[in-house]
Ligand binder design. Sequence first.
Ligand SMILES: NC(=O)c1ccc[n+]([C@@H]2O[C@H](COP(=O)([O-])OP(=O)(O)OC[C@H]3O[C@@H](n4cnc5c(N)ncnc54)[C@H](O)[C@@H]3O)[C@@H](O)[C@H]2O)c1
Length: 296
Amino acid sequence: MVHVQFNPELLSTLKEKVVVLTGGATGIGRSAVTQFVGKHRLTRYRRYDYADYATEAGCKVVFGDVNEAAARELKSTLGDSVRFQHCDTSSYQSQLDLFTLAETTYGQVDVVVANAGVANHKDVFDPNSDISVEPSMMEVDINLKGAIFTARIGMHYLRKIGGGDLILVSSIAGFKECGGLAPYTAKTKLVKGIEAGWRELGLPENEAEDVARSIVLCASANRSEEGKTHPGAKMPFAGKILWIAGGQAYEIEDAIQDLEPQWLGEENSKVLAKGQAFLASQGTSWDAEKLEQKTP
Ligand SMILES: NC(=O)c1ccc[n+]([C@@H]2O[C@H](COP(=O)([O-])OP(=O)(O)OC[C@H]3O[C@@H](n4cnc5c(N)ncnc54)[C@H](O)[C@@H]3O)[C@@H](O)[C@H]2O)c1
């Protein structure tokens, strides 16, 4: 685990970059939209001493959401650097339209953030539930399928300009079994049910701004032409996982990979590395149809 500290100087590397973000009307997404545009002063952050720091990212942001009222209210406070369009991320067409808007308005897409998410708070395995009634799968449709759609379409646009940043917002519950509880929560409407108990235990809290700042951190980590990055970030900052706790960002993926021989066993780890090298080699594909095409 490595503590990655936000370096506000890197905000300047985002100037005029075009961000497409889903779920921007409230919570973490709303704060990320605001921070990408830059209509905030870093002095707001309670845990940081950025006293006179007023650098603004200065991005153009196109965001989608199903909550039109909150989205339009945000757009009206942020002005012309922001475009909003109704987008239900579980609809592929809806997401295609969002990216089209970004390209037609600003010419390209540099940063993609899959942030839209919901929590249903109903246990599909509840033994007392009526088995004859099909349960809602909205979390799968929005949190999983929707994020895959964003990543797929987003990568298409990022490839067009030779690469950019794709940031996926997830939960600890997307990474570790949490017994119905997502620890280290950001205080948004998603977690109203557990807020009081969480506080009683004195567990570390995040504000939506903390998570949003880590999204901005991810979007700027690789962008400096002088090779500067956020203290603690190991370059290239790709394929990383930031764990946000108590307002701080910790990179955890590198340590998981480094420790693989211990938790998987040295021999298994070596075999896996060979297999992965094979899978990553040119021409290797899981798609049997491609194999048939190659075979005369
Ligand atoms: N708050 C937490 O503690 C917490 C913990 C873990 C993960 N997350 C993740 O953070 C992200 C942001 O959540 P948040 O906490 O800011 O909650 P939030 O409810 O404030 O924000 C989520 C936003 O997504 C929008 N949305 C919902 N369904 C949508 C859809 N189908 N299409 C487009 N937009 C849709 C909502 O209208 C809302 O504006 C989510 O992906 C969530 O899973 C949050």
